[in-house]
Design a protein around this ligand. Structure first.
Ligand code: NAG
Ligand code: NAG
Ligand code: NAG
Ligand code: NAG
Ligand code: NAG
Ligand code: NAG
Ligand code: NAG
Ligand code: NAG
Ligand code: NAG
Length: 608
């Protein structure tokens, strides 16, 4: 709670400096039709009065506009008014505009002198004038008063308006120097690298952020209920800064550490906006209380397991305990390597590359063991596709692994084909030595998926830049469908078997968010792969149709494939595409509707 107060002081702020009211280029623009001349006046001068005074001015509907001057330094306003087109206009000498800064009580007056020969302007509209380039400050309130001269001896024809200039968060003035000096465009990109030094019983946190042009000094702090450390750092001539903190492991009592970077911009000084970030140290090192809880939990679970084993020593020997994983939300470095089987369709060479890059990211950044047909072709060659898939599926079902189904155009098309739609043959499948792995995979996993017991084993996702929600086969409509890379973190929590949203807290893993994942080499390669495919799709809206092979072409591709690959290739390809298999697949379809699918579909699939 101690840091709540700290926040408040960080957020209440304004601009400290206030420069005097002025007009750009020191003089108003007098080059307007009907205008004789105009000049800045002394506001305390006496104004002319007359018994028969002309009527007062009117506001133009768009009477005040705010923008940034052409040099990008100041925010300026433009005031516009109109004159009534009556006979009084010939008695009208001019108008005066008074602008009062409510904060300082300072005011500025500008006098316009007219010389009309007609009631209306040459376009047959009311005479309209404007005062441009009045330099104002963001967030400040001004009162604009306009009156015509001479003024009536009795009464008041003045028009008044109070206007508040928007703050620096307004796009029109965000880039003015004053706003830059208030930190308006600062995007700190805070990163926190946490590592545990078990030997010295320390947690070290390296906080990195981008420095801003107009803030020389920064105060970086980390705090929790039991500690507060802060360090001051000057940016010198660097653009990004790193600050290292070390916290004794014994000081960690709760999971969250609050990280605050306080800048000192020229305008807001000590009261600038402070970006903050919460890091979850329990991902790296669970505090003692949690360890005790987890130990007790594990002990109880262990007892229960022993009891189960004792009771049914011949039945399923291993029951992966997901509750144990929840009790102990340790980081992925501490846990065993999780296995993930990836199911996808070879839609296009660029998509294949994207999938490979995702695997590399999962393996290097997340420490996951990735099972991908392309990377296991030796075993695949020995086992054959169905056995290979089934063997891995079984491994996953037994362990705490997951099956990640990556949906794409090809997945949906192949699923539809399995349900009796037009058959699809993809060029990339024909080129690949292993052929179409997706159709057998779908016929294997869909029955298992639909039996809700194994629901949590399956993660359904798609790259939303290059694929869409419509690419998801309907059996998966009943589960969560993740967008990559937007929701990669959620997927990774699923892989870990923990929850992103725990009771009263949100877990977070550094470097996996959509904005951060490409900061590492494998993530960058993944992003490049996605972008390359995206760009290709933009250029070739018909890309998917182009990838489809006609039956006649199929023969040619098959024969050529046969020439440089072994015969098994074509057999795999053919076995899943011959019309004979259609009845099996319509079987799958029939059962999908009542959700009472048994393993018949699976058995039949094995007969391929
Ligand atoms: C305006 O007039 C007042 C008194 O009439 C005088 O004190 C002041 O200096 C004048 N200001 C300007 C800017 O001329
Ligand atoms: C000020 O406003 C008037 C009327 O809205 C417009 O005609 C004029 O172009 C504006 N001035 C500038 C500098 O944009
Ligand atoms: C401005 O003037 C008004 C009345 O003339 C007064 O009440 C107010 O306190 C003044 N404000 C400042 C900031 O001087
Ligand atoms: C007003 O304009 C007329 C012609 O448009 C000119 O003859 C006259 O001198 C002007 N009056 C003043 C005071 O400038
Ligand atoms: C300057 O920054 C502070 C802190 O973020 C903010 O409260 C204030 O509104 C900003 N000033 C303007 C004019 O936007
Ligand atoms: C954090 O680690 C990543 C990769 O391990 C590295 O790219 C990044 O620069 C590090 N950040 C800091 C602030 O040390
Ligand atoms: C860091 O700077 C702030 C603001 O200037 C100051 O109050 C604080 O004492 C400094 N802290 C350290 C550790 O120097
Ligand atoms: C930063 O300044 C130091 C001296 O103050 C200089 O040695 C160094 O080369 C500068 N670095 C850059 C990137 O300008
Ligand atoms: C599944 O979802 C897709 C897209 O959201 C939709 O087009 C389709 O009709 C749904 N299918 C079923 C069976 O609900």
């Amino acid at each position: 709670m101690s840091y709540v107060i700290f926040f408040c002081s960080c957020l209440t702020a304004g601009l400290a400096v206030s420069s005097s009211l002025r007009i750009l280029d020191k003089r108003p623009d007098c080059n307007q039709q009907g205008l004789d001349n105009c000049k800045i006046n002394n506001c305390s001068d006496k104004r002319t009065v007359a018994q028969l005074a002309p009527s007062g001015p009117e506001w133009d509907p768009e009477h005040v506009g705010v923008w940034m001057d052409e040099h990008g330094l100041d925010s300026v306003v433009n005031v516009t008014w109109k004159l009534k087109a009556d006979a009084g206009i010939f008695k009208l000498h001019g108008s005066e505009i008074n602008i009062l800064d409510e904060n300082t009580n300072q005011s500025m007056c500008v006098q316009f002198s007219y010389n009309f020969s007609q009631q209306r302007n040459p376009n047959d509209r009311q005479w309209t004038f404007s005062l441009d380039g009045v330099v104002v400050e963001p967030g400040q309130t001004y009162v604009m008063t306009i009156f015509n001269l001479p003024e009536p001896a009795n009464g008041d024809y003045r028009i008044r308006k109070q206007i508040t200039i928007p703050g620096c968060d307004d796009r029109r003035i965000q880039k003015t120097q004053m706003c830059l000096q208030n930190g308006s465009l600062w995007d700190p990109h805070i990163t926190a690298n946490v590592s545990v030094d078990k030997e010295h019983r320390k947690l070290s946190i390296v906080v990195g952020f981008e420095a801003a042009q107009y803030s020389e000094k920064y105060q970086v702090s980390i705090q929790s209920q039991s500690f507060y450390y802060s360090k001051n750092i000057s940016k010198e001539n660097e653009t990004s800064l790193n600050v290292k903190f070390e916290v004794g492991l014994w000081q960690l009592h709760e999971c969250e550490i609050l990280l605050v970077v306080q800048p000192f911009f020229i305008q807001c000084k000590n009261d600038c906006w402070c970006p903050k970030k919460i890091i979850n140290n329990c991902l790296y090192y669970p505090p003692r209380t949690l360890i005790i809880k987890a130990t007790v939990g594990l002990f109880l679970i262990g007892c229960y397991l022993i009891f189960l084993l004792w009771r049914a020593s011949h039945k399923d020997p291993v029951i992966p305990s997901s509750s144990a994983a929840k009790e102990q939300p340790e980081g992925f470095q501490v846990q065993e390597r999780k296995r993930v089987l990836i199911i996808y369709s070879l839609d296009h060479p660029l998509y294949k590359n994207t999938v490979l890059k995702l695997c590399a990211f999962l393996a290097t950044k997340c420490g996951t063991e990735v099972v991908l047909d392309l990377l296991d072709s030796t075993r695949l060659g020995v086992l054959g596709s169905i056995q290979w898939l089934d063997w891995h599926r079984e491994q996953i079902e037994r362990s705490s692994g997951k099956i990640l189904v990556l949906c794409s155009r090809g997945v949906q098309a192949k699923w539809r084909a399995m349900c009796g739609d037009k058959q699809v043959f993809l060029r990339e499948d024909a080129r690949s030595p292993i052929g179409d792995m997706l159709s057998p995979a779908l016929s294997l996993i869909v029955p298992h998926f639909i039996r809700s017991a194994s629901f949590e084993k399956y993660i359904v996702a798609y790259f939303d830049d290059v694929c869409s929600e419509e690419d998801i086969p309907s059996p998966f409509n009943i589960t969560v469908r993740y967008k990559l890379m937007k929701q990669f973190e959620e997927i990774f929590f699923r892989i870990l078997g923990t929850e992103k949203h725990g009771p009263g807290r949100v877990n977070h893993i550094e470097g996996l968010s959509e904005e951060e994942y490409y900061h590492c080499a494998s993530g960058r390669a993944l992003r490049d792969a996605i972008e390359a495919f995206y760009a290709y799709q933009l250029e070739h809206p018909q890309w998917f149709e182009d990838e489809l092979l006609e039956s006649s072409e199929l023969q040619v591709e098959e024969t050529s494939a046969e020439i440089y690959d072994n015969a098994e290739t074509t057999t795999t390809l053919i076995t899943h595409c011959v019309p004979d298999s259609a009845h099996i697949l319509s079987h799958v379809k029939a059962q999908e509707s009542d959700f009472a699918m048994d393993t018949t579909g699976l058995n039949m699939a094995e007969e391929f």
